[in-house]
Design a binder for this molecule. Sequence first.
Ligand code: PRX
Length: 615
Amino acid sequence: MRSGAFVADYDAWHRSWAADPHAFWDAAARELDWFAPWSQVSEIHGPDQGAGHRWFIGGKINLSHNCLERNIERGLGERVALHFESENGAARSFTYSEVLHEVSRVANCLKSFGITKGDRVVVYMPLTPQGIFTMQACARIGAIHSVVYAGIGPDALRQRIEDAGARMVICADATYRRGKVIDLLSIVERAVQGLGFVENVLVHRREAVRPLGQRQSDFEQCVRRQSPQCSAVVTDAEDPAFILYTSGTSGKPKGVVHVHGGYAVGVHLLMRHYYDTRENDVWWSTSDIGWIVGHSYICYGPMLAGCTQVVREGAPDWPDAGVVWSLIAKYRVSTMFTAPTAVRMFMRAGPEPVEKHDITSLRVLYCAGEPFNPEAQEWAARHLGKHGAAVVDNYWQTEIASPMIGTFPAMTARPGFAGKPMPGVELDIVTPEGAAVPDGKGGLLVMKKPVPYMMRTIWGDPARYLAYWSRMLGGYVTGDIAVRDAEGYIAVLGRSDDVLNVAGHRIGTAEVESALLTHPAVVESAVVGLPDALKGECIVAFVVAKGSEPVGRVAEDLEAALIVHVRDTLGPIAQPSKVTFVASLPKTRSGKIMRRLLKARELGQEVGDISTLED
Ligand code: PRX
């Protein structure tokens, strides 16, 4: 057992929740600053009554106030909140007081454009201090941010701007990755074309190579003119703080809605008691503000906990394989969060880059986002463990916003298993009919009751929110398949639906299929995920082309064109690794594409039961 961990005893912490769940959440909420207290901890309705749940009822709070003023009032104003580094060489640090001033300036800038509480603001910015300040500024004035990963293509961005009905889009003109300057502004320009309800596009100009266009304003110029004072608005515990789009099983992404109160309470609690953060810790998450990890554990969690964090823009293997370890040494990083894909990348580079740097400051490496294959986990445990770091897995989702299952640093890690349920999280593993599955057997992972830090709804689509809940299955259906061992450790094996996980990114097969269908040469398409040594899964598309089935050179050219087409539409993360042309797709009699047959064919496996197959 590692000494000095906050939660040295998982069982004791779990017992404290089980003994009195209300008192547990009440105490967790009391660790934050409230403008007015709550009268009731929670109110929960079952799936038959809409599956609504409210927490800290009547309580008034503000997420950004809890990250900034609360810590400054505790005497942390001069502590560094962010050390920023970009792969283009930029580096700058901001104390908590400086962050408050910057966030306040951005908030005043938003107000100067008439943005107020409840307005939606789409943020298409890379991982930069300005991106974080913009999110915090929205939360500060009660505007609802919807951050879209600045790597998602123009069609996908447009869909999200339209769905949220955003009055304003805030972007950067460029980001830097693997030595290249990536133009973001032209993606935004394509995305907002003809969308009259978008009143303004604020551009953080990093390259400033061309003059600003219609509806566009200079972010920095506006921000610099503002006062550095802007007190946080009072929001209700249940007021939405942000929307974050994620992939589902249809072509339309889902706008997951999180609120100020329960979200702040959960993220703060788990940042301290699961991620084991103390104020003198230096935290580094390699995620991006475009994903839920970047919301909970870059933008908000570290500042809720009052610690210092490293924020780095760029690829983790650029300019060289040692960059991650050199930054750990430079900033004395103590806790780090990354994805198994990154660990597989470290493994591929071998232990030499690690050995060249002093990483003795690192206490724990947390990994999440996709199944952590034992080989990668054991490699990391061996090569980082000898310098004193524990390597542990944790499982959660965009919808839940903080860990549901995890291995605590003080617990024995079991490679292949994410760990045990967080206190407050009641899980079940069931058959598709809702019967309990015995230990050691796989089934559907269900959460029996809501937790304060989970989503409240799907933006503009309550029916889609309700579809997560099943009375037959006994609660919130995660969409994942899991297995529990006799000691209560849970392994999450993969999705039970048509959602892929490529390098830790969630991508719906339907989204890629819809993008393919917008190409004039495509009649039908089906997308499957195949195992990939580095990315976990890679995307393979099967396409029925217009006219005769393409072969030889024609097929090669069309394959290349379709890959580029998907990249241009949805962004590079969704681009297929391979396109195979087929005369027809295997379908059930009811017309559903049998993706598992296509997958089995690619893997050279037995196809199993095909009695429902039409052709
Ligand atoms: O399939 C599960 C997988 O990633 C999905 C959630 O992805 P996202 O919404 O992007 O949120 C990521 C938050 C860390 C899950 O439904 N997943 C996430 N963590 C794990 C995992 N699969 C296996 N093991 C994990 N530790």
